[in-house]
Design a protein around this ligand. Structure first.
Ligand code: ADP
Ligand code: MG
Length: 633
């Protein structure tokens, strides 16, 4: 039996697609309705059965409370991150969301997390592929925007798993598009990928070195795309209808929808012909008819497409490149079919963009190429490091046995990152660096990769040393870790091979594990952090009692502090981090006056308003201590 197929999937904001290799060439797999694109729309029918794609679109008009679109905007995000999206899109959040809880969206009277909704889209694509092959499909490569952070990538992987797909890899959309054009075969060069889709604009600058793509700059506008063109045309049509025909149909959802469909058809027609006709039936036997030429259309949309210029210039600037230094330009997204957009891109980069492949299919096609490479298929090269990413996060153990991640999993390699730490004890001469791999919050639950000490730090007060810990994964997947105390120049380093001896199954089970225990991990981490903080404030208070400021407090103040101090002491060893936090807060409040007196008697007027634990960096158990970078800058 042939080895199982791995499909490539573009999970888009507006449209999603699945593709596969057919011989040397990737092809998109059509759905039952013959269409290559599955609109990223999900609805629940009256029997609470999920409906996906074209058939779900009708629900958006008829029962909008049972349908959702643009779910990609919410993937891996918290309520705080999505206020803007909530203003612009009709997302209905579950009523009983707790702070910090994963988002849930209402469909009818049920609720779903964004990964669950995306999983319904993925399931549809999986079904389409299975129908096409007549065999089960369980493995996929899925694309994500280059700017997606770890949480958004994680959420995408979760969606795959929920849909019954093993996600062998997440690939950046611009990288996939470049792969579809076989640009990796050029081995070296700079590629610009201009992606104007339905609702988002992304510009990515990639550096190709020895066949490996590295994203060197990204920019864009998360609220710019074909939808803006559609909305502009709808507004014009509504104004015309009111002006010429004396009809106000703005509140008639069905008519507005008919207008939307007509203007989109017109827009698409104008990408391939010089003029088209809008012809829309209206209530009261009226009819809106209008000829629209490409020239008129281009004038109308100019301000919209001009909004892509700023982000392109900024991305070039961030990459430190001039337009002439770009070797290849790739067009992605349905809206780049518009000739005027193509002309603008040509103008910006002073070269012809690649246009041979369908811009709304090219990402899925590239995902299929990557899937084929991973499966050791027909286009696999001997260089299997192509587009590699690090499968698990890498970091170090910090105070309290907590993991501090330095390179996040799914980072494309080569990758490097630096974090700063300090000491927790006065005169601490040695710092133990414990290198960890895994997703868990606590060091003991991660895989220990290596340990080394940074020794001989000259005596300094706690918090003074500035220890720079640098992680670098080279193109061969070897991890180099170095630690350097910047004030003294003391340094130490080590090399480890993070993936050595770790099977895919182990990686997978570690990831699964992190889900099963996410809640408990979170709680443990909160407890440790709360205890550290309690130790800091209690130590600072001890110091404060020995200063003249203490004598200036009233007996009542002292009594109150003593009472809250013993209350904090009493709860620190319990497992209730909220109780510890409350006790800290209470003691902090009660010691504000003391802190002020201490500061007055010292020099600082700058620190006014600070509470006890901020006024004096206290002491705690020895270990590297994460510090805010800003402290040194
Ligand atoms: P996304 O990446 O956001 O999921 P797509 O790449 O599929 O989206 O792009 C969808 C957008 O492309 C829609 O706004 C659609 O109207 C537009 N589009 C598709 N074909 C054409 C065309 N021929 N001319 C102009 N716009 C088009
Ligand atoms: Mg897209």
């Amino acid at each position: 039996m042939a080895s199982e197929r791995i499909v490539g999937i573009d999970l888009g904001t507006t449209n999603s697609l699945v593709a596969d290799m057919q011989g040397e060439n990737p092809v998109v797999i059509p759905g039952e309705d013959g269409s290559n694109l599955v609109p990223s729309v999900v609805a629940l029918d009256q029997n609470n059965q999920p409906v996906v794609g074209n058939s779900a679109r009708n629900f958006l008009i008829e029962t909008p409370e049972r349908a959702v679109y643009s779910i990609k905007r919410l993937m891996g995000r918290g309520v705080e991150d999505i206020q803007e999206e909530l203003k612009l899109f009709p997302f209905r959040l579950a009523d009983d969301l707790q702070p910090g809880e994963v988002l849930r969206i209402k469909l009818g009277d049920k609720t779903f997390t964004p990964p669950e909704i995306s999983a319904l889209i993925l399931r549809q694509l999986k079904r389409n592929a299975e129908r096409y092959f007549g065999a089960p499909v369980t493995k996929a490569v899925i694309t994500v925007p280059a700017y997606f952070n770890d949480a958004q990538r994680q959420a995408t992987k979760d969606a795959g798993r929920i849909a019954g797909l093993e996600v062998l890899r997440l690939v950046n959309e611009p990288t996939a598009a470049s792969l579809a054009y076989g640009l990796d075969k050029k081995r070296n060069g700079i590629v610009a990928v201009y992606d104007l889709g339905g609702g988002t604009f992304d510009i990515s600058i990639l550096r190709l070195h020895d066949g490996i793509f590295e994203v060197i700059a990204t920019n864009g506008d998360t609220h710019l795309g074909g939808d803006d063109i559609d909305n502009l045309l709808i507004t014009i049509a509504l104004d015309d209808i009111q002006g010429d025909l004396g009809l106000n149909v703005r509140r008639n959802a069905e008519v507005v929808q008919a207008i939307r469909k007509a203007v989109i058809d017109a827009k698409i027609a104008l990408s391939s012909q010089p003029s088209t006709e809008l012809d829309i039936e209206l209530p009261q036997g009226k009819r809106y008819q209008r000829e629209i030429t490409r020239k008129q259309f281009e004038q109308l949309i100019q301000p919209i497409i001009d909004r892509t210029v700023g982000p392109v210039k900024q991305a070039l600037k961030d990459a430190g490149l001039k337009p002439e230094q770009i070797d290849e330009v790739v067009l992605v997204g349905g809206s780049t079919r518009i000739p005027k957009v193509r002309a603008l891109v040509k103008d910006l980069f002073r070269r012809d963009p690649h246009t041979d492949l369908n811009p709304d299919e090219v990402v899925a096609l590239g995902a299929a190429v990557q899937a084929n490479i991973l499966g050791g298929g027909s286009v696999a090269t001997e260089n299997m490091l192509l587009l590699d990413v690090t499968p698990l996060s890498l970091g170090i153990e910090v105070a309290g046995g907590v993991t501090d991640k330095i390179i996040l999993r799914n980072s494309t390699i080569p990758a490097s990152a630096t974090q700063f730490y300090t000491t927790q004890v006065d005169g601490q001469a040695n710092v133990a660096i414990h290198v960890l791999q895994g997703e868990r919050e606590l060091a003991k639950d991660c895989r220990s990769l290596a340990r080394f000490d940074l020794r001989g730090i000259p005596p300094m007060a706690a918090g003074m040393p500035r220890i720079e810990v640098k992680f670098l994964i080279d193109a061969n997947g070897i991890l180099h870790v170095s630690a350097r105390e910047q004030r003294s120049g003391k340094e130490a380093e080590i090399q480890v091979q993070p993936s050595y001896g770790l099977t895919d199954e182990q990686v997978e089970s570690m990831i699964l594990d992190s889900f099963d225990s996410a809640e408990e991990d979170f709680r443990q981490r909160q407890i440790i952090e709360a205890r550290n903080e309690a130790a800091t404030i209690l130590a600072a208070l001890e110091k404060g009692k020995k200063t003249p400021a203490w004598g200036k407090l009233t007996t009542d103040e002292k009594k109150k502090i003593a009472k809250l101090e013993s209350a904090l002491n009493a709860v620190t060893n319990e497992d209730d981090y909220r109780a510890i936090r409350n006790a800290i807060e209470a003691l902090n409040q009660a010691t504000t006056h003391l802190a002020e007196l201490m500061m007055d008697s010292a020099v600082s007027t700058v620190l006014k308003g600070k509470t006890m634990d901020e006024a004096d960096m206290g002491e705690g158990p020895a270990a590297p201590h994460p510090v805010a970078k800003a402290e040194f800058e």
